[in-house]
Design a binder for this molecule. Structure first.
Ligand SMILES: Cc1cc2nc3c(=O)[nH]c(=O)nc-3n(C[C@H](O)[C@H](O)[C@H](O)COP(=O)(O)OP(=O)(O)OC[C@H]3O[C@@H](n4cnc5c(N)ncnc54)[C@H](O)[C@@H]3O)c2cc1C
Length: 413
């Protein structure tokens, strides 16, 4: 941990979550003077405590092939895979209120897996180990961004960041990766569209009577979707009885589930997934997160650019949030490198607009899709229920449509 008094950088990345830390690792190869700042004093050693056998991080990500490829390019996928991941070859999605269901299978689309479930702390641990090896990258934490000013240095605009710890940084370009409640976005007056989903997500880890067999399960109820995501206690473990749970519900339902004694919660959870994996034998501590959908109307504004949840926050039902953020990282890094090679400045509006054009439409499309899913499954009217069951059955029989849906969700198209 280093104290920042006054530092000058080409780029400051604000926020060292998965998206910001990945951005930092990708740009570290450019030779630019970079800083990564976070309010939390992250470092690889602190994150390692999560990786004890049978103690899982309640926050996991279902990574797409595109995200795994980015981690491979950063040289950290081997490290992640060695630590703990669980690939899933099949996914079953069904409607609690009928007979409609869709099964996705990796073999149908000629891939070894549909994706991998990885604990967020495992990803961050690998990223921070990599960051520690980068000479051109300064990690400054804790640095809690509290104020932002645009200043002129030698006739060129720079961004000055002040932290609540009393430190100051100056950069030509600030990449805001400080999450859904981005302080940088707010301080720089980016406007946002925001919809409250009126949903909360309950997350925990469970042990089930029957093995998960590397299948991700998702059951849609009118109160919201429930996902069982397969976990392995170690890379080479035989034990296939652990799952990460993401149960999105209306707030009253989540409050009820959070207040239940463990035994009762396990019974309700088992019933909610229709006992597909038998009894729920054990459950860990439960956490609840409010869910909001947010989208910045523009991603770039005079020396400041948004990536990840700072630009778009999406319902976790399709497990796309971090994957979209990593696609932003890939696209922004490519534009910056391209621009530098062409002799352009880092803050050239043409570069930043190009990044925005590439990513905003794609992110918006995914957000509308998630909103549509949420509305569709919340509907109680009989014709809508009939139509969605009919639709699911038909999609399940349409190999080509299913293949396209799966490839899109995996970040392959
Ligand atoms: C229940 C749940 C399940 C999910 N499951 C999936 C999934 O399966 N797959 C998937 O792709 N996505 C999933 N998501 C979404 C995913 O977690 C987010 O999209 C992802 O974490 C966003 O990463 P980020 O780095 O942009 O932001 P964050 O992870 O929010 O990181 C932001 C960072 O900025 C720092 N920060 C914030 N404010 C300041 C400040 N003022 N000064 C300095 N630093 C600051 C924070 O400390 C943090 O480290 C899920 C989300 C939820 C809620």
């Amino acid at each position: 941990m280093k104290k920042a008094d006054e530092f000058n950088f080409d780029i400051v990345i604000a926020g060292g979550g998965i998206v910001g830390a990945s951005m930092a690792c990708l740009l570290a190869q450019t030779g630019l003077r970079l800083a990564l700042v976070d309010q939390t004093p992250f470092n690889a050693e602190q994150l390692a405590f999560q990786q004890q056998p049978l103690k899982f991080d309640p926050r996991v990500s279902a990574l797409t092939s595109a995200s795994m490829a980015l981690f491979s390019d950063l040289g950290i996928w081997q490290d992640i895979a060695r630590t703990r991941t669980c690939s899933y070859q099949n996914m079953e999605v069904w409607d609690a209120d009928g007979t409609g269901s869709i099964q996705f299978s990796a073999t149908e689309i000629g891939q070894p897996a549909l994706g991998a479930i990885v604990e967020n702390s495992v990803i961050l641990h690998a990223l921070y180990k990599r960051i520690a090896q980068q000479d051109s990258l300064r990690l400054l934490a804790p640095f809690t961004i509290a104020a932002l000013d645009r200043i002129q240095i030698d006739g060129e605009q720079h961004i000055q960041l002040l932290s609540s710890e009393g430190s100051k940084l100056v950069a030509k370009l600030v990449i805001a990766a400080d999450g859904g409640n981005s302080r940088v976005r707010e301080l720089a007056n980016f406007s946002c569209k925001e919809w409250n989903y009126d949903h909360q997500a309950l997350v925990t880890t469970v042990r089930t009577e029957r093995p998960h067999q590397h299948i991700a399960l998702q059951r849609f109820m009118t109160t919201g979707p429930l996902a069982f995501l397969p976990l392995l206690p170690a890379a080479d473990a035989e034990d296939r009885h652990y799952c990460s749970i993401v149960w999105s519900s209306v707030p009253e339902k989540t409050a009820h589930l959070m207040a239940l004694p463990d035994e009762q919660f396990r019974k309700e959870l088992g019933a909610a997934i229709e006992q597909r994996l038998g009894a729920i034998e054990w459950s860990d501590v439960r956490f609840a997160f409010p869910l909001t959908q947010r989208h910045a109307t523009s991603y770039a504004n005079a020396g400041i650019v948004l990536v990840g949840d700072a630009a778009h926050t999406i319902h976790p039902l399709a497990g796309q949030g971090v994957n979209l953020g990593l696609l932003d990282v890939r696209a922004l890094a490519a534009e910056l490198l391209h621009g530098l090679a062409a002799g352009r400045s880092l803050t050239d509006p043409i570069l930043l607009q190009r990044y925005q054009r590439q990513r905003r439409g794609h992110n918006l499309g995914m957000m509308w899709l998630m909103e549509g899913f949420k509305q569709l499954f919340a509907a109680e009217a009989l014709p809508v229920r009939w139509l969605r069951n009919f639709g699911m059955k038909n999609i399940n029989n349409l190999a080509l449509v299913k293949k396209q849906l799966a490839r899109r969700a995996m970040g392959l198209d």
